[in-house]
Design a protein around this ligand. Structure first.
Ligand code: MN
Ligand code: ZN
Length: 338
């Protein structure tokens, strides 16, 4: 049995993992495929404020049911599932109003508790989302797309009449692009990396802007009858962008924030009030993996083009090295636990 463990910042090890038995209300998942996320790299580098060490990382993983704990119904051995890594208490105020992703006692698998980069783990049955016959490679992409589903949920959804400006053409920006296009919204993506922007164009961005060479503010003057984007999604994590978004958004616009930057940034409140903007933070997802699974099953979204490399789990260090050495060559790198 194998587990990928960050022993302490900058030290990754492949360790034998003890076999777990599912407790009451839990299922045992035999992990088959898992995606490496930027936040796994942050834990590796010691820059995730929530991580404790040693930690089995990994929060994007799919596999099959290997055992069913007491009191769990509805699962059979061998059922394919993707795991929602958000574990919430169910009792606190956000949990009571249906916002478990900001639970006061939140535990994210792979961050606050041991995660899915291991052969088997027991998870709460409510976190195991059936995926039918989806390939594991596809099912393991449900969590990254749930980030997009959540920010669109928080901002009223992207509709045919929307002009959407997406800051950032990394993995999260691209998942937002694919989800925002589902109802036909016009999507504009900006980044500072041409290779990433080329990918965004291939994936259906109506317009891409390299912010190093072009003024995003200038470009927005021709969008949405000159009003600017009706929906702005900040998926680049740069501090000044929320201020720019407030300036560029159309009247009645919505702004969704995904970047986790701690730096303070000035915002002009008058613009927010004058245009009656809605600004929403978005963290993780609230029970949205089933929605993403439907997108994949109906092929409205095919995430396979975003998986650029697959490494055997035992070679996790090589996968991390590649992402750090040549980030332009990678989008989603997966680990295979076959
Ligand atoms: Mn992730
Ligand atoms: Zn809670």
């Amino acid at each position: 049995m194998t587990a990928v463990v960050v022993e302490k910042p900058h030290l990754l090890s492949i360790r034998p993992a003890p076999a777990e038995a599912p407790g009451a209300g839990e299922v045992l998942v035999r992990v088959r495929r898992a995606g490496i996320c930027g936040s796994d790299l942050h834990i590796f580098h010691g820059t995730n404020p929530f991580a404790k060490y040693p930690r089995v990382i990994g929060h994007e993983f799919a596999g099959e049911i290997a055992a069913v704990g007491p009191g769990v119904a509805g699962f059979s051995l061998g059922d394919r599932v993707v795991v929602d890594p958000v574990v919430a208490c169910g009792h606190c105020y956000p949990c009571r109003i249906g916002r478990p992703n900001v639970c006061a006692n939140l535990e994210v698998m792979g961050v606050h508790r041991d995660g899915g980069f291991r052969d088997t783990l027991a998870v709460p049955a409510v976190n195991a989302i059936p995926v039918g016959d989806l390939p594991f490679e596809v099912a393991a992409m449900a969590e990254p797309f749930s980030i997009a589903a959540n920010v669109l949920e928080r901002t009223g959804g992207a509709h045919a009449d929307d002009t959407v400006l997406i800051y950032g053409a990394g993995m999260i920006g691209l998942t937002v692009l694919l989800a925002a296009r589902l109802e036909g919204a016009r999507c504009i993506v900006t980044d500072v990396d041409d290779a990433r922007l080329a990918r965004a164009a291939e994936l259906g961005a109506a317009r891409v802007l390299n912010a190093r060479r072009e003024s995003v503010a200038e470009a927005m003057k021709t969008e949405n009858d000159g009003l600017g984007p009706s929906l702005v999604i900040e998926a680049a994590g740069a501090p000044g962008l929320v201020d720019e978004a407030v300036k560029l958004a159309s009247p009645a616009g919505r702004i969704g924030l995904l970047g986790f930057t701690p730096e303070p940034t000035p915002i002009v409140q008058q613009e927010i009030v004058r245009k009656e903007l809605t600004i929403a933070g978005s963290r993780l997802n609230r029970h949205l993996l089933p929605r993403v699974v439907v997108w994949f099953k109906t092929r409205r979204i095919d995430p396979r083009g975003l998986v650029t490399q697959v490494f055997p789990a035992a070679d996790a260090q090589a996968a991390f090295d590649l992402i750090q050495r040549d980030p332009g060559s990678t989008m989603k790198v997966q680990l295979d636990f076959a």
